[in-house]
Design a protein around this ligand. Structure first.
Ligand code: AMP
Length: 459
């Protein structure tokens, strides 16, 4: 047994079994460093990035002491964005599989408060939410945090950046002093330091060394002398053929221009920027996560809080304006032990920003000249999957098994052709091998699911 085995922790055997079924074999560094203190009930400050496994760390801690027979709200997790809150809630639910009847409720802006109020009347053990909406429910006395045991501030630096200090103060005031406070933050500016002093009791401070991320990320900097960024991106994508990649741009306009160019060239690509409607954003992300789309061109704001497993490549089409953002972008590849490559394109105008970045690197990297384009003929890598949207979801009692069943009932589609299935409240999405997609849509349209016919279409 190694020191990073989950079985070294005081977790129930059911919880250990759940971890096994999720293929969480070893603790990630942030888990190994923070879980012993958190499970012992101590306050913990953890400096860790998205992708480090931080969510599972605090989720395991709060689940370990949850009493399902009590109807009190026992844990509150505050997150900067709705997307992150939803991912956190998902991860908590996944890890709570061995504890039946635990209710996890998300309270975020952008969703109707009325529906949330109704759900609250049925009680919840764990609330995951964004500060504005949680405070709204608190002010209207729809939530009671007086028996709260665990308070988690996730991505605390981002919450402060987004101006949530007042909301946080008011929410925290409504929680008992006896609570355990866990604070996660990628960076540790002065504002966070003073906040932790006021909020936390003798906290254990855990810093996950950047090297644990950098160790399996190859960082390459290419100096562009003359050639365009777009040409460099196309050359890199064609020659390296990443299975999936996020290309970061600094502006919406740049994002749109690069997306259009790659799309015309025949890449499997989508753009993600702040102008998209929430619904379109979610569908784009879903298609990227279920492997129907290989490349995302994104701004930082749009990509915040994305939960993407095993990303092959990040390209910083333009160097980020600050070092934190750069580290955040780069940290998206090589997640949970996978290897990844992060390529940054530089022009002479980036010299100053790049010098600042180099100062913060443990082993400074020298920029290289972009190699000559190879004379071999490469074609853009196509995705193997397509996504079908089915106009029915949890509210219609649909489950992933119903969809797989309908698709594989006849011999036309085999089990291996069906990819990730996501069932949302009113719609479901299924990834399917491209050559089976049309057939799958007609099977779904003509068959009954849970005794009803649902519309289905290819996205
Ligand atoms: P996070 O930093 O919380 O966003 O987690 C990054 C990803 O790593 C999530 O998709 C988790 O499901 C996954 N993960 C967390 N802990 C482990 C672990 N011990 N082993 C493997 N994967 C993990």
């Amino acid at each position: 047994m190694s020191a990073t085995d989950f079985s070294t922790l005081s977790l129930s055997s059911e919880q250990l079994d759940t971890l096994k079924t999720l293929n969480y074999e070893q603790m990630t560094p942030v888990q190994a460093q923070s879980l012993p203190a958190m499970l012992a009930g101590q306050d913990v400050i953890a400096q860790a990035q998205t992708g480090s496994g931080k969510t599972a760390a605090f989720a395991l801690a709060l689940l370990a002491k949850l009493d399902v027979t009590s109807f009190d709200i026992q844990s509150l997790v505050l997150c900067p964005t709705r997307e992150l809150a939803e991912q956190v809630a998902e991860e908590i639910r996944r890890l709570a599989r061995s504890q039946p009847n635990i209710k996890v409720l998300t309270l975020c802006g952008g969703a109707p408060a009325k529906v949330q109020t109704l759900s609250l009347q049925h009680g919840a053990h764990i609330i995951v939410g964004t500060p504005g909406r949680v405070l709204d429910h608190l002010t209207n006395q729809r939530v009671d945090f007086s028996n709260l045991q665990t308070l988690v501030l996730d991505e605390a630096d981002r919450m402060l950046d987004m101006g949530f200090q007042d909301e946080l103060d008011k929410i925290i005031e409504a929680t008992p002093e006896t609570r355990q406070t866990l604070l996660f933050s990628a960076t540790f500016p002065a504002q966070i330091a003073s906040m932790t002093k006021a909020l936390m009791k003798e906290p254990e401070h855990v810093v996950v060394e950047e090297t644990s991320i950098e160790a399996h990320i190859e960082q390459v900097f290419y100096q562009l002398n003359g050639g365009s960024r777009e040409d460099a991106v196309i050359q890199l994508l064609l020659e390296r053929q990443p299975k999936n990649a996020i290309l970061f741009c600094n502006t919406k306009r740049e994002t749109h221009a690069l997306f259009t160019m790659l799309n015309n060239y025949g890449f499997s690509v989508q753009a993600l920027h702040g102008d998209l409607e929430q619904k379109d954003r979610e569908q784009t992300l879903l298609q990227f996560n279920n492997q129907s789309v290989r490349i995302l061109v994104a701004t930082d704001v749009a990509a915040r809080g994305l939960d993407i497993k095993a990303l092959d490549m990040v390209i910083n089409v333009s160097l980020a304006h600050d070092t934190d953002t750069h580290v955040h972008r780069v940290g998206r590849t090589g997640r949970a032990g996978e290897s990844g490559v992060a390529i940054t394109l530089l022009t002479p105008a980036d010299d100053y920003k790049f010098a600042l970045l180099q100062d913060t690197m443990q082993t400074p990297v020298e920029p290289q000249k972009l190699p000559e384009a190879s004379s071999e003929d490469h074609v853009p890598l196509q995705s193997e999957m397509s996504t079908i949207q089915i106009m029915g979801g949890k509210k219609d009692k649909l489950r992933p098994g119903d969809i797989v069943g309908a698709l594989t009932k006849s011999d036309a589609i085999d089990f291996d052709s069906v990819g990730k299935i996501t069932v949302q409240a009113r719609a479901s999405y299924v990834a399917i091998k491209k050559d089976k997609a049309k057939q799958a849509v007609s099977l779904l349209m003509n068959d009954k699911l849970k005794g009803r016919r649902f519309k289905a279409r290819l996205l």
